[in-house]
Design a protein around this ligand. Structure first.
Ligand code: FES
Length: 102
């Protein structure tokens, strides 16, 4: 399965952009120059995430996650929690979600 998420030119140099994904939202952003996509879901209780100062922050109870690694920084999410990162690939000028391909 393949599904185009966004044109590379539409990914901001800083911060993130929200991209719809089968009825859910993703944050798409650059980490060390490479495009990444994570589910817009806090791992504490499912709240939405805001992109602030290199972190994703949940406004519900202030859990914070590092943008580059997806790991929890602090807050009520489990200590070893890591944001859900989608499997993606760059194809020509787009970031594409891929699933079940070698
Ligand atoms: S749901 Fe995100 S911190 Fe509670």
């Amino acid at each position: 399965m393949k599904h185009e998420l966004i044109k590379l030119e539409d990914i901001p140099k800083e911060g993130s952009v929200i991209v719809p994904f089968f009825g859910r939202d993703l944050h798409v952003f650059l980490a060390e120059g490479r495009p990444r996509a994570v589910a817009n879901v806090c791992l504490h209780f499912g709240g939405p995430l805001e992109c602030k100062d290199g972190a994703f922050v949940c406004p519900w109870h202030q859990a914070r996650f590092d943008m580059a690694s997806g790991r929890r920084i602090d807050g009520p999410a489990p200590k070893d929690a890591r944001l859900l990162t989608l499997s993606t690939r760059v194809e020509s000028d787009s970031l594409v979600y891929v699933w079940g391909e070698a």
